[in-house]
Design a protein around this ligand. Structure first.
Ligand code: ADP
Length: 357
């Protein structure tokens, strides 16, 4: 512990609250995070009894310190595992929930408690993470259920009534099963990308990439699958520096944005590339009805789809696109094209080779 008016100097760097009481229960240190969570000044807390500084009740409303009594309880106890407890309202504290752990430092011989160390953090952040995880699981389950219901329904029908259908009818059913199986596979691949992005484990294999060529290839893929060639326009402005990007990820970014422009937009899909010494800015726009102003901040969210719009995708495409652009050190934004359609702009810093090992 370094100096300072309280004994908490080196604790002040910790994101969690720390409170230390001496062998009489008097508070001898509180760090900045603790003072904030408790709604008190550090100076005001020092010297007071720990029960007064951090009054806690359990979910049944029982006084926590009376239940556990660190100084008088079993001499074999060395602490309390993490528990969610409520800070009692009053003196600046607003009665919020804390995740609390306690450690009893005992004298080896007498087993007397010489220090009580209490660590705590705001439970709301953890709850938010848990809730968003639970939401994600229920959305994923829902997304998987509809294609699987159709796979199950058609295969069961075919198995039970095989002779009652003609070849054409069987073919239609099998095509539906095939498309739904593809949908499940696609969803699982997207979920793996989402989990890599969330965990910050997206790996880039950078190499020199010609961005305009990648865009032309993306257009060519769409033309090959039946889109008229004159729906696509590419404009390149300036000379690009040597761009070190992950070519597969760039294809995924372009593929998503071009596919969305075709799927949800209309008219010509224009891709502009503006070069700068630092890299490139890429603009993808269409001539459809665009995305309403108030919904723009939500398009990069997980599973977000505009209500009332034909549901073909999973709503993960733009979340992944954003993650891939950011993994390259770039930034993506959405707005309106001059024609009223959607306009996505992203930057790609030129990057440098990554060395492994
Ligand atoms: P999905 O995988 O369902 O296509 P995205 O994350 O790619 O999901 O897109 C989310 C939503 O954003 C789409 O469902 C659509 O409503 C809207 N959107 C995306 N691109 C466009 C566009 N070019 N024009 C209009 N709406 C768009």
């Amino acid at each position: 512990m370094s100096g300072g008016s309280s004994d908490s100097g080196s604790y002040d760097d910790l994101p969690d609250g720390v409170l230390v009481a001496d062998d009489t229960g008097a508070v001898i240190a509180v760090n900045v995070a603790a003072a904030r969570l408790l709604g008190r000044d550090v100076q005001d807390a020092l010297g007071r009894n720990y029960r007064e500084v951090i009054p806690l009740v359990d979910t049944a409303g029982n006084d926590w310190w009376s239940c556990t009594d660190p100084y008088a309880g079993l001499t074999t106890r060395t602490g309390q595992p993490e528990r969610q407890l409520t800070l009692v309202k009053g003196r600046g504290a607003d009665g919020h929930d804390l995740l609390v752990t306690a450690r009893y430092v005992r004298e080896p011989e007498s087993r007397r408690v010489v220090r009580l160390v209490v660590c705590f953090r705001d439970a709301a952040a953890r709850e938010r993470v848990d809730r968003s995880r639970a939401d994600l699981i229920s959305t994923v389950a829902h997304e998987l259920r509809s294609p699987l219901t159709s796979v199950k329904g058609f295969t069961a029908t075919l198995l039970a009534k095989w002779d009652r259908f003609n070849d054409e009818q069987k073919k239609v059913m099998l095509q539906t099963v095939n498309a739904d199986a593809d949908r499940v596979t696609r969803l699982l691949a997207e979920l793996l990308d989402v989990s890599r992005i969330d965990a910050g484990r997206l790996e880039l294999r950078r190499q020199v990439v010609d961005v305009p060529t990648a865009i032309r290839r993306s257009f060519a893929g769409r033309v090959a699958s039946g889109e008229p060639e004159d729906r696509f326009v590419l404009m390149v402005d300036g000379d690009l520096p040597e761009m070190w990007l992950d070519p597969d990820k760039l294809d995924q970014i372009l593929g998503n944005l071009v596919e969305n422009a075709l799927k949800y937009g209309d008219g010509t899909v224009t891709v502009e590339v503006h070069a700068s010494p630092a890299g490139a800015e890429v603009i993808v726009r269409d001539e459809g009805s665009g995305i309403p102003e108030e919904l723009l901040p939500r398009v990069f969210g997980k599973f977000w789809r505009q209500a009332g719009v034909r549901r073909t995708g999973t709503g993960l495409g733009l979340f992944i696109t954003k993650g891939l652009v950011e993994a390259h050190g770039g930034h993506i934004s959405v707005g309106h094209a001059p024609s009223g359609g959607a306009e996505f702009r992203f930057t790609l810093p030129a990057g440098a080779p990554t060395y492994e090992g």
